[in-house]
Design a protein. Structure first.
Length: 553
């Protein structure tokens, strides 16, 4: 790895520091977690309880190295302050640091130019004498083991190592029903496992640690019900009653490229089969063959199951045959047929192939809007297509659904400034639909996972150059704001009119009201999919990670 001075050297608010599951027990119910403060050299204590701040200086550092579990700050005075997580409950600091306002859940001990900060219930004051340099080297070892893609620019190399460091910080150790390592969307405030976040995390981490990627996918099934249902969010003692987009087979397929573990595949194949059967049996309310996301009563989250919580798609709060849901399901069925073939399950091969074709036929029949040149939702109660034109309409590219003519019309939208060809594409809502648009989450801004998936779909349809252009714009936007804030955000402005921290989240942007009413920094899938997009640049031009050539459609 590069020197401390050349990487991980951007100070900004919202960077999270905690102990990693790559290094040991993360003690998720009693862990210590810190969050950097934007305008001064300081960290807020967020876990095990919100309260307290560690201050090195009232001005921002003039230089820094800030990884997910160790840091060095050079202050205006020329002094240096260094810190390292010894374990999940203790942070050891060398140098000047004042600590104030701590909650009762945290203790400190001072001595010999050191500060030991720890969780009160497991505080070990003897650790103030721990070998700091040995702990520092231990935390560095993982980053130093990473081999980046060849030919990266300085901006790419800097963002790449930050993304890797973030993903290290989000890996949790086995605990309770989680029999293997698992990840969180952003470590804080989303402290638990989420379904499709985990899939995206595995896709990026497969380049760094394939065994960890396997664990992350296996952990998704920790709370699978006997009937096959997989919850969208799982904690140690409870889980949600909705699911999330079925993209697990896609994650398995990509991880298998790095570790051809047939027994792991066999185990997850059976579990994912059960899940997909549950989806088809329980999310087709009208019996028409296409599936609909669950709808909720919360005006700011009409469909958490879709992952597009507050999209205008769901404002009517009705059941919708959804192009994204059905495209994800179709693709997963197609990939499951590949798995069944490898596992010599001949009847399953036929079943999955038939489901894939059936879904594609129905998507084309019911969800294509000829006037708009886009796939749209279909209101199964009103028996009509929705008028909302959203980024979800591109996802049938992923499942090989469109004809060549329809794929061409979808591709044209991405270069049409009146619809989806915004300064930073792909907006979550068409630019021409000002009645639905705002700077709020899925009501306009761009999401990295959607861009990533649409790029895969474009490649599948033969639009390799357009896919590369979309990836390049996506990576450039990530790098631009990483260089400014030192982190990765949950979503970005499609019109490049405001910076990510200024965007709204579910109606407002008020961190003091709730940590959930702000655009999240340190967001996992933005980081991990950035890693994958950088590695994809080294692939042979025209290759398709989905493994399906356009002529095979």
């Amino acid at each position: 790895m590069e020197t401390d001075q050349s990487l991980l050297n951007i100070w900004g608010g919202g960077q999270l520091l905690a102990f990693s599951g790559f290094d040991g027990d993360t003690a998720c119910e009693r862990e210590l977690l810190l969050r950097s403060v934007a305008d001064i050299a300081a960290f807020e204590v967020k876990l095990p309880q919100d309260g307290g701040v560690v201050v090195a200086d009232l001005a921002p550092p003039v230089a820094c190295f800030i990884a997910s579990d160790h840091f060095e700050l050079e202050l205006c005075s020329g002094e240096k302050v260094r810190g390292v997580f010894l374990d999940a409950c203790h942070l050891l600091i060398l140098g000047k640091a004042s600590v104030s306002g701590l909650s009762d859940a945290v203790r400190i001990k001072r001595g010999q130019g050191r500060v030991l900060l720890g969780v009160r219930s497991h505080f070990n004051e003897e650790l103030i004498c721990a070998d700091f340099d040995a702990a520092w080297r231990a935390r560095r070892r993982w980053l130093e083991s990473i081999t980046p893609p060849a030919g990266l620019s300085d901006a790419e190399r800097s963002a790449f190592y930050k993304a890797c460091s973030m993903m290290k910080g989000q890996l949790r150790s086995p605990v309770g029903n989680f029999r293997c390592r698992w990840t969180t969307p952003d470590r804080w405030p989303h402290r638990w496992l989420w379904l499709w976040d985990s899939v995206f995390h595995a896709i990026g981490l497969r380049h760094i640690d394939p065994e960890a990627a396997k664990d992350i996918l296996s952990a998704i099934f920790a709370a699978q019900h006997q009937d096959g249902f997989v919850p969208h969010m799982t904690t140690l003692d409870k889980s949600s009653f909705i699911t999330q987009p079925p993209v697990i087979a896609l994650g398995i397929k990509m991880v298998l490229e790095k570790t051809d573990d047939i027994e792991w595949l066999r185990d997850l194949y059976a579990k994912n089969k059960h899940f997909l059967e549950w989806v088809m049996a329980n999310r087709d309310s009208d019996g028409g063959g296409l599936v609909e996301y669950a709808i909720e009563a919360d005006a700011n989250c009409r469909s958490g199951e879709s992952g597009m919580d507050n999209s205008p798609r769901f404002d009517s709060a009705t059941q919708l045959d959804a192009p994204d849901f059905n495209a994800f399901l179709s693709l997963d069925c197609e990939i499951m047929a590949e798995f069944a073939l490898r596992l010599n399950l001949k009847a399953d091969v036929t079943f999955w192939q038939n489901q894939h074709r059936r879904l594609n036929d129905l998507i084309n029949e019911r969800l294509w809007d000829e006037d708009a040149g886009l796939y749209v939702d279909y209101d199964v109660k009103a028996d009509r297509r929705s008028t909302v034109l959203s980024s979800a309409g591109f996802l049938p590219l992923l499942s090989g659904t469109p004809t060549k003519e329809r794929a061409a019309r979808l591709a044209a939208h991405l270069e049409n400034p009146s619809t989806f060809g915004t300064p930073f594409p792909i907006p979550s809502i068409s630019r021409e639909q000002s009645e639905f648009y705002s700077k709020d989450m899925w009501r306009g801004p761009v999401w990295i996972n959607l861009n990533y998936l649409v790029a895969l779909g474009l490649e599948r349809s033969g639009y390799v150059g357009l896919a590369e252009k979309l990836r390049a714009k996506t990576c450039a936007e990530i790098e631009k704001f990483h260089s400014k804030y030192g982190t990765f955000f949950e979503f970005y402005d499609d019109r490049c009119e405001c910076n990510p921290p200024q965007l709204l989240r579910k109606g407002i942007n008020d961190f003091d009201l709730s940590p959930y009413h702000q655009p999240f920094s340190e967001f996992g899938w933005s980081a991990t999919l950035y890693i994958d997009m950088l590695f994809s640049k080294t692939l042979v031009r025209g290759s398709n990670p989905l493994g399906v050539a356009p002529d095979d459609q």
